[in-house]
Design a protein around this ligand. Structure first.
Ligand code: ASP
Length: 288
């Protein structure tokens, strides 16, 4: 089977370029998706994931991540983790080495240290300057964010996904979004497909979006239909709640290698698709 990787936002290209050669050489979907996510965590120029990520109100970079293996539904997650750069790899370790699915805060950090993860300052001069500027603006209406969600299909036809983020800029200390929550920011099942989200996590959580998309794939819809369904639901819920739909985008991949993406109107969402020896950027359909 021809492997494929898809990843959110412009920096998804970096993820896809790291993951695709691994998939082509026969790597498992989870290994490839994790390598892709880690390339983004390592890039200080990406200001919403890993090293150089967006700080919370206290000026602390606090990271969330999860992983899921579509073969077995094995999954792991971490949330509110400080001073650890590779939180996606940490989430995988939670999956592999503990009887639990999720560790948070100090417990997650302790577990990381026990397994040899270095404690690091995750700030860059640019991330500190961004935090200071935002603090002066005293505005919570223009929060910035963005998550890398990587979905991969390997040569054996198996699916996996990884999601990693610093969440919303200037978030309240302790705030956790959708990204580390299985069924919200990510869900993967070889029997149906893989799906993930990015954008304002509270709204993605509210509709259990990735679960909705994978169940729609299970019912026979295409990845494009599944993403549009979730985006439409976000818009409908926004109307019921009398609020403007938040900036949200979804991606999905089925076990045959079909891909889909959709976003709410006003979200200029691009995503990367890596297949064969080529990675290309695509723009998602916007739902009003
Ligand atoms: N979903 C992330 C969160 O709410 C942010 C993003 O993907 O833009 O933490």
């Amino acid at each position: 089977m021809q492997p494929i990787v898809i990843a959110t936002w412009k920096f998804g290209e970096l993820a896809a370029r790291a993951a695709l050669p691994l998939l082509t050489r026969g790597a498992a979907a989870l290994d490839a998706a994790l390598a892709g996510a880690q390339a983004v965590e390592d890039d200080p120029a990406v200001n919403s994931v890993g090293y150089g990520g967006l700080a919370n109100r206290l000026g602390v970079v606090s990271l969330d991540a999860c992983v899921m293996d579509g073969r077995t539904l094995d999954c792991g997650a971490v949330a509110g983790v400080e001073n650890i750069r590779h939180v996606a790899a940490l989430a995988r370790l939670v999956m592999e080495k503990t009887p639990h699915l999720m560790l948070v805060g100090e417990g997650a950090k302790l577990f990381a240290v026990q397994h040899g993860f270095p404690l690091e300052c995750l700030h860059t001069p640019e991330s500190v300057a961004t935090w200071q500027r935002r603090g002066l603006e005293k505005s919570t209406t223009h929060l910035t964010h963005d998550t890398v969600t990587v979905l991969a299909l390997d040569q054996t036809g198996s699916l996996a996904g990884v999601c990693t983020t610093s969440g919303l800029s200037h978030k309240m200390p302790g705030r956790v979004g959708d990204s580390p929550i299985i069924g919200a920011g990510l869900y993967v099942d070889n029997a149906a497909g893989a799906a993930g989200g990015t954008g304002v996590g509270e709204e993605i959580l509210r509709i259990a979006a990735s679960s909705v998309m994978v169940e729609s794939l299970r019912a026979g819809q295409t990845p494009q239909e599944a993403c549009e369904l979730a985006a439409r639901r976000i818009v409908e819920v926004g109307k019921r709640r009398n609020v403007k739909p938040a900036q949200i985008a979804f991606i999905a991949l089925d076990p045959r290698g079909n891909v889909g993406a959709a976003c709410t109107a006003g979200t200029d969402f691009h995503f990367a698709v890596g297949r064969g020896d080529c990675v290309e950027m695509k723009q998602a359909v916007a739902i009003a």
